[in-house]
Ligand binder design. Sequence first.
Ligand code: FNR
Length: 187
Amino acid sequence: ASYKVGYFVGSLSSTSINRELSKALIRLAPDDLEFTEIPIRDLPLYSPDYDTNYPPEGLALKEAISRSQAILFVTPEYNRSIPGALKNAIDWASRPWGRNSFDHVPVAVVGASIGDIRTALSQQSLRAVLSFCNTRQMTSPEAYIKFTPDLFPGNGEVTDKTTEDFLATYMQEFRDHIVRVLTVLPR
Ligand code: FNR
């Protein structure tokens, strides 16, 4: 069997270091995880006025999550919290009330920063939101990545063996978490 993992990159930057991190994570993940990016760029800003008539972008987002057996969040930190574009996507997915797409979904959170805080506060904010959204979070291991162009030269490559092994272990642990959750809560 293989597992369908949808992933969010919480950045709209054309030079996103978190997109680069996502490439490394996908390359290092166990072979039985299949990854599909869930785009957030074209979503309008969420309003409850859309609840009775979701636009195609909102419907596509909810359908992409329902097709996924697990979700990976790879996100930067903006002003010590979640980037607005990612929070907006989560708000879309959580509605209309009673049709929260994240209910019981196995998830993991990871992020890269150029600063020493390494997205710790962004990840903590995101975990609080995902907790309310009733996801099944992998709480350990955590991964706070300090990005340098030397460490991630491109195409998912990682030049430091210790970092590469750590990211591979993180993805193996995510796989094990997915299997454990789906055993009790199949989707
Ligand atoms: C940042 N950055 C940043 N970094 C950090 O470690 N903590 C923070 O709170 C912030 N705040 C912040 C706000 C805004 C509006 C921007 C544009 C940037 C720097 C951030 O780590 C850096 O820009 C990364 O390159 C962002 O990740 P992506 O977009 O390249 O994936």
